[in-house]
Design a protein around this ligand. Sequence first.
Ligand code: TNX
Length: 511
Amino acid sequence: MNGDFVFTTKSRIILSTFNDETLLAADFLSHLVANPTGFKTKVAEGKKPESGSVFMMLDTAIKDKEGYVLTITPKKIIIKAKSAPGLFYAVQTIRQLMPVDVEKPFVVEGFRLAVPACEIKDAPRFAYRGMHLDVCRHFFPPGDVKRYIDMIALHKMNTFHWHLTDDQGWRIEIKKYPRLTEVGAFRKETLVGHDGKQPFVYDGKPYGGFYTQDEIRDIVAYAKSKFVTIIPEIEMPGHALAALAAYPALSCTGGPFDVYTRWGVVDDVYCAGKEETFNFLEDVLTEVIGLFPGKYIHIGGDECPKTRWEKCPLCQKRIKAEGLKDEQELQSYFIRRIEKFLNSKGRKIIGWDEILEGGLAPEAAVMSWRGTDGGIAAAQQKHDVIMTPGEYVYLDHYQCEPADQPLAIGGYLPLERVYSYNPMPSELKSEEQKYILGIQGNVWTEYIGTRDYLDYMTYPRMIAIAETGWTQDRLKDFDDFLARFEASGKRYDVMGINYFKGEYRDTRAVR
Ligand code: TNX
């Protein structure tokens, strides 16, 4: 089909099913058009397409929950989808077909908003397509978080995993425990350079920040308007030093502690022998549940040294009383107990793959980060899995030869290698494959302290992850992806995204 559809002052957006959710997709398109053109496309309810307008309808004949059929002719645009997210993804596709100046947040004189005629029938490969952001090692203010969510939505991903607590900072206001943010959200200074290298050098600058509950509610609503679900992560039993600095009685030794100023893994963790620990965490999680409506709560579970538990009389007493074999099983007890609580509130837990050790909690979903073995094992045990292996999707790793790059944690993960990943492990039998819900990229921020550097590390590698989550493996082609990125890169320039512009190929690959 030839020609263009051109948005004019008369264009309307007609919704055949008018409700809060479909309206979000329509409003998003209306705003998109308004920015560079200066005119508002009215949203109205109606049963029939109109010439010069966009018609959106829900269609039960479309099988995939997030799928859509988009038909653009010079006369009109028709979008059909099973549900509102599908309408929204069709709008994001329209956006990608628009001239890049559509991204300008002001009126562009003489702007002709045209989209080429075409028909697109599309649906995602995986139901879970996510990005994680660590706001503990470095804090990113609400505006940066929303911008990150915008990029998730632009790339048709649907989940934002928000890593809110860790040794170096507690970032979420909890009304019942004000010291978590008064004390736990700030550290005295930060290590300079890589950890492990002695003598340690610190920058001498106090650092911190947190989100108030009002800010969190605002961000959750913002994400919802872009069909992004937020999974909050509250780390336990390890990576908890910021909380222990605020409430040292929750540790095995009683402290005192400082919010951590280095990186890595800390021996002091929540005491698994004290009832106070569980009371505290249940109180915290109760407030968290009130803020985040999604079904999953991430409880961490990774990198929890057992050093303190081995020596702690209360932890040892718990091991005996509960008939547990060892400290691994104590960790499993800890997670199961928290799971029971969250299940009783209608929520499900996700944890990092360490939660397999000592036995998985009955309903837990697993994020496989130490390679893919944890994900495979969990799927074989009929547990849901998100694939997020370090060697393919850890965007804190170097993306080209490190020599002339700003400091990063290590590793080597060029765009081509990210793109090459197939989240479905070949080891799984066909009936086990359904437990692989999808893929997620992780951005840990020990060495990422600014928004510019966050952009640099995240894009375009995030886009490769988004495509892997959406596109069937047999249709993926790196050369084609690169060629398309050449064009879409201009869009990110207009958006002010400081994406990496160096070597995208895996120069270490054995070909
Ligand atoms: C491991 S991934 C961690 C994080 C670090 C990251 C650095 C995971 C569950 N734990 O605490 O930030 O490595 O790459």
